[in-house]
Ligand binder design. Structure first.
Ligand code: ASP
Ligand code: MG
Length: 599
């Protein structure tokens, strides 16, 4: 018999009518021949109200007691849901996380799921019940109640679907799916019929808040197709699966991260360990860092720029000031009025000219790009916050995200036709074996690799004006050169930026020639290059939600005396570029550093 998991968020169970509506939906699925597990969140704003209540007593409540308190929200809604189903004449049983056997670690307020028992769930289902599971909660080894972090019911739902090998996991919410971008900023944003796990992970971390990131990680790791849909209609929403709607298009979604702040540490002595010193101190304060760009050092010194959430700027600066003393920096600057615009797409990995198209569209509108980083499936630029909504609209339009695909694929997606792209691990037995051999939410590294086929070109002294990046990459493309990574540093004190990019080694001569021509015509200072670089990559699941992956990487390389030339972090991959001569050594070093989590 097919098994379906249906999750209802707080807004979908906010009052008795809505609870009854959700109950009817579950009953209908059962009548259509499925076993049904419902996962419910706390009603409406209950969780917020509970937080507020505690805050009226103290601003330092013990974390254990907060989880005891917060878990009651879901206990109320599961009971009411079971009552609703009974009242409609059907069998239902509600279960808390502890009753199911959702085992977590002991980190209150942000616990991670280690394992889930299925015996009791199966038995209740086989007895003809609709099983109603409390989202967001579990118990640790000592039977303390834990919660999974805000929005954690999504994660409960996908995790249950994984262990039960459910045929479908439906997430009912107050939006009708995943959009190409935030419709509040870009009214032309369009709902997509499907999107890939990797794209969704990137977009979620960029602030496209449809689902809890950890639930997407579960989906990817355990090959669970997730259907995000409206609780108020019957129409299809968005499938989150291995492949996007249009794999042939370079971009599937665009995002704006408005509340960013930029920090630049100037004149850092360019030696192994400098980045580590800075980023480990920031990580120690639990602040996540993004868009790390280091311009290639001149006279043995480099500027390191990166972004942090705006509301954590002050704390991050404290950490940076301490680090600056150790790494011999010349100064620190920061800007809290910037925003990040990103485009995401699996398709861009296989296409050229994507970055250049984005840069051109912004240039034509006179929007200055302050920093650039690119990874295999994401391009991010930093712009002034003031112009960021306009920038988002422009890139959304230039990548045709507002036009409906010609042949919408409305075919139903099942595991058999959509085997995971990762390892072809589509057979249930292998997945189940994997489920049992480890803690479900542990960091897993799929691959550690070295790409030794590229070279680097750097143009320094690039005037800080709109249109420069567009011009450079148009000219480079016109010369027939394939660019992989691009980073543009934040302009130095002298008001000029450094633009570095990587190219295939056999195109280096051509690239340097092109770069020199460009540098001359634009009045840049100089072109330098490195004939062989090593691009070291670590990819897997949980790279960002498990803080410290990048740090672990920096540390391993720094311990071996290897200097980092370029850095790029994303949800699914961290890339660092090192000198070609250090590539092999770096690879060995990373394999050792991640041996415990490499699968
Ligand atoms: N009730 C919890 C929260 O509001 C969990 C959830 O809704 O997913 O964060
Ligand atoms: Mg909620």
């Amino acid at each position: 018999m097919p098994l379906i998991v249906q999750k209802f968020g707080g807004s979908s169970v906010a009052n008795p009518e809505k609870i009854l509506r959700a109950a009817r939906r579950a009953i209908r699925a059962q009548q259509e021949g499925s076993q049904v597990v419902m996962v419910v969140s706390a009603m409406g704003d209950t969780t917020d109200d509970l937080l507020e209540l505690a805050a009226k007593i103290t601003d330092r409540p013990p974390a254990r007691e907060m989880d005891m308190l917060l878990s009651t929200g879901e206990q109320v809604s599961v009971a009411l849901m079971a009552i609703a189903i009974h009242s409609l004449g059907h069998k239902a049983v509600s279960l808390t996380g502890a009753q199911i056997g959702v085992k977590t670690d002991a980190s209150y307020r942000k616990a991670r799921i280690k394992s889930i028992e299925t015996a009791r769930l199966r038995k209740s289902l086989d007895d003809g019940n609709i099983v109603i599971a409390a989202g967001f909660q579990g118990i640790d080894d000592d039977f303390n109640i834990t919660t999974l972090g805000r929005g954690g019911s999504d994660t409960t739902a996908v995790a249950l679907a994984a262990v039960l090998r459910a045929d479908a996991c439906e997430i009912y919410t107050d939006v009708d799916g995943v959009y190409t971008t935030d419709p509040r900023v870009v009214p032309e944003a369009r709902r997509v019929s499907r999107i890939s796990y990797d794209e969704m992970l990137e977009l979620a971390s960029l602030g496209a808040g449809v689902m809890h990131s950890r639930s997407i990680e579960f989906g990817k790791k355990f090959d669970v197709p997730i259907h995000v849909r409206s609780s108020f209609t019957d129409s299809n929403g968005t499938m989150i699966v291995a492949e996007p709607e249009r794999p042939d298009l370079p971009v599937s979604g665009a995002a704006i991260t408005k509340d960013e702040a930029r920090i630049t540490v100037q004149g850092v002595i360019d030696k192994p360990g400098s980045s580590l010193e800075i980023f480990s101190r920031i990580a120690a304060k639990n602040i996540s860092v993004d868009m790390i760009v280091q311009n290639i050092g001149e006279s043995g010194r480099a500027d390191i720029s990166f972004t942090v959430p705006q509301n954590e700027l002050e704390t991050a600066l404290e950490a940076v000031r301490d680090a600056a003393k150790v790494v011999g920096a010349e100064g620190i600057t920061s800007d809290d009025s910037v925003a990040k615009i990103s485009v995401v797409g699996l398709g861009m990995a296989k296409q050229t000219g994507v970055a250049q198209k984005m840069f051109r569209s912004l240039a034509d509108a006179g929007i200055n790009i302050q920093m650039i980083t690119t990874s295999e499936i994401k391009i991010s630029v930093l712009v002034s916050r003031e112009r960021s909504p306009e920038a988002l609209r422009i890139v959304h339009h230039v990548f045709e995200l507002d036009s409906t695909p010609h042949a919408p694929r409305e075919d139903s997606i099942t595991r058999s036709v959509m085997p995971t792209m990762r390892t072809g691990e589509s057979d249930a037995a292998a997945v189940v074996a994997r489920l049992q051999s480890m803690n479900m939410e542990d960091l897993t590294i799929d691959e550690i690799s070295l790409d030794a086929s590229q070279a680097r070109v750097t143009i320094s002294g690039v005037p800080d004006k709109p249109g420069l990046a567009a011009k450079v990459f148009e000219d480079v493309a016109a010369a027939g050169i394939f660019v992989d990574m691009i980073v543009q540093s934040h302009p130095s004190a002298a008001g000029t930026a450094t633009l570095s990019f990587t190219v295939p080694q056999n195109q280096l001569t051509k690239s340097v020639e092109a770069a020199k021509r460009i540098a001359q015509s634009l009045g840049c200072k100089q072109v330098t290059s490195s004939p062989t670089i090593g691009k070291l990559s670590v990819s897997g699941v949980g790279l960002r939600t498990h803080v410290g992956v990048a740090i672990r990487m920096f540390k391993a390389l720094s311990d071996a005396g290897i200097n980092l030339e370029m850095i790029n972090t994303s949800e699914v991959r961290v890339n660092v570029v090192v000198d070609g001569a250090a590539g092999e050594k770096g690879l060995t070093q990373l394999q050792a550093a991640f041996a415990d989590v490499l699968r």
